[in-house]
Design a protein around this ligand. Sequence first.
Ligand code: GLU
Length: 307
Amino acid sequence: MKSSNISEVLNDALEHGRKYISEGNIATYIPELSKVDKNFLGVSIVTTDGKEYHAGDWQQEFTMQSISKTISLIFALEHIGADVIFTKVGMEPSGDPFNSIVKLETKSAMPSNPLINAGAIAVAGLIADRYEFEEFLRFVRLVCGRDTIVVDENVYNSENGAGKLNRSIAYLLQSNGVLEADVEKALSFYFKMCSLNINTFDLANYAAILANGGKDVRSGIQLINKPVLQIVKSLMVTCGLYDGSGEFAIRVGMPAKSGVGGGILALAQNNMGICVFGPALDVHGNSTGGYQILEYLSKELDLHYFS
Ligand code: GLU
């Protein structure tokens, strides 16, 4: 693919996505997020041969939110191990909203998967009991390729203050014997990872590593092991876009993870990492403009995994 072609398609994709901003709404359940301008829209691509392309508000920082659940899962799989993790969380899509508590009572004591809030809180508890947040942050900085990434304290405090549902989930997990860590310790870790400030370039760098078999696209250093990648990318396919994951798989066809901050990270295997940012969200919590950009890119650049 010629570079001029990718740049051109990216600009067209951005303009296409812009038409869908008005269909979405900002997340307001975290008060600090409701202050963000709904009209931001940006996108970055990093190819596995190390080229980068950007359009729109790609330098605008936003909080990682649920996208961080993929990094905490990788960290936990690398350092604690799949055998321990999957005694605490399942591997199946829940079909419920990301913050649903319902199945923990009606179906299984264990969260359905590590990418919904309940599963990510369970994983955060496992990590928080063994590692300082700073150690996790170092890993985030490494995979995103920027050592100035920090927690947005305003969003962190806002999430912590408004976190009644996540607190309820954590206490239920604890009473079910799934969460062994102290509830506040697990939640503090969880809220911090969700409140990390990044831009689309940071996450496209990380997505490119996922696309590149775990190797940094510039240094060639293996940062994530292949068995771990297989688990995380498979979960991104089945559970990455909340209860909209099935339709996304058909329309876009890339392993992806969204967050209520407006980011969606996606990747085309052996080809490129992509991140879009648009804080106006659909009913599932996925960026309306970002979704459209990814669908446009998938079609125009032939990125669908079954193309
Ligand atoms: N911090 C958010 C929450 O727990 C993450 C949600 C998301 O991005 O899906 O509610």
